[in-house]
Design a binder for this molecule. Structure first.
Ligand code: MRU
Length: 347
């Protein structure tokens, strides 16, 4: 199943804020509608943000009324800045925008052929994502043993990647291989991507799961109920530090304490070789209302002082291995990533 579709002159996305109660599609007929959808998490998850960014650039080129190539290029450059300003942490968004802007900057033909190239590139990003996720899933499934209980956090399924999923890709592949797995799904406060989205996806695929609140993970680990933690990632640095949904770091610390393997699963588009340390990753801070209200109902004094970081960073020494579409990378991650990047040059 897909969560984002290119329709030639508009983009359709599943409104993830309405799940699991309603499966509704939003028509994005302009870039502003798409940008607003990204900001309020109607479309979300690192690879899906990359697809949305690519399609947004293609849409902007089609809607533009520019009469000459220079004007179109200027317009697309400001659309790039607008989309880049929607959410700061997931590097896939910037990676896709860079791919699109490279085409814009190098183009020398007419306006129409630039539009065609951008549309083709956006569709390529979408296609590649699915292939990468299936590969991530298959590599990750090799780590999963018969009958394992897997804990996952947030949503790294088809809703977050366009198709198949990364962390859920691992789970899907292991399930397809009949490994008799069971998944513990973290609720993922404050916006409940685990209970609203991951549980919904697993239910669609009839993959056995149990929902838990975030603060239960440690107790389950102590009871020996978790064999492996697998999560997605929003940005992985050159040293292997991993930014992902807030709460991931706590899970990694707990997993380390209990001797449970902790695996981020992500395509190479999530790796940012320009940053060494996770301390340099910009962490999005979201509106205080996400904590003062719970699903629209006031849940704290309205004038509470609120801190609401959307992501945290797990240092590489807590990561057992990183599951990618090219294989599973083991420490030292700086060497493994550099080698893998080198091998992929020119692909
Ligand atoms: O704020 P969100 O819902 O966009 O956060 C998403 C996550 O943290 C995911 O785990 C991550 O993007 C990986 S998705 C394959």
């Amino acid at each position: 199943m897909k969560c984002i579709k290119w329709k030639g002159n508009h983009i359709e996305i599943i409104d993830q804020t309405k799940l699991p109660g309603l499966l509704e599609w939003i028509e994005c007929n302009d870039v502003k509608t798409l940008g607003e959808a990204i900001k309020r998490l109607s479309v979300r998850g690192a690879p899906a943000l990359g697809i949305a960014a690519g399609m947004g650039m293609a849409l902007a080129s089609i809607l533009s009324e520019a009469k000459c190539l220079d004007d179109l290029k200027k317009e697309l450059s400001s659309v790039r800045d607008y989309i880049a300003g929607t959410r700061p942490t997931a590097v896939n968004l910037f990676w896709a925008l860079d791919r699109m802007m490279e085409i814009v900057n190098e183009h020398e033909g007419d306006i129409e052929s630039l539009r065609n190239k951008l549309e083709a590139e956006a569709l390529k990003i979408d296609r590649e994502n699915k292939e990468m996720c299936m590969s991530v899933g298959d590599h990750g499934a090799e780590l999963v043993k018969e009958g394992w209980n897997i804990l996952t956090h947030c949503n790294a399924g088809f809703l977050a990647t366009g198709d198949y999923g990364t962390a859920i890709g691992v789970i899907r592949s292991a399930h397809k291989q009949k490994k008799n797995i069971h998944v513990y799904v973290d609720e993922t406060r404050p916006l409940l991507q685990g209970s609203r989205l991951t549980a919904w996806e697993l239910k669609q695929d009839k993959i056995p799961y149990t929902l838990i609140a975030d603060n239960m993970a440690g107790y389950l680990m102590k009871q020996g109920k978790i064999d492996m933690v697998v999560v997605g990632a929003d940005r992985i640095t050159a040293e292997g530090d991993v930014a992902n949904k807030i709460g991931t770091y706590s899970l990694a610390v707990l997993a380390n304490y209990h001797g449970i393997p902790f695996y981020p699963a992500a395509p190479f588009s999530t790796i940012d070789m320009s940053i060494k340390s996770g301390n340099d990753i910009v962490i999005e801070e979201r509106n205080h209302k996400e904590l003062v209200y719970f699903q629209g109902i006031q849940s704290a004094p309205l004038d509470s002082d609120v801190y609401n970081p959307a992501f945290d960073v797990t240092p590489h020494n807590l990561v057992t291995a990183i599951i990618t579409e090219k294989g599973v990378l083991y420490p030292p991650f700086d060497k493994a990533l550099e080698e893998m990047m080198g091998e992929n040059q020119g692909l």
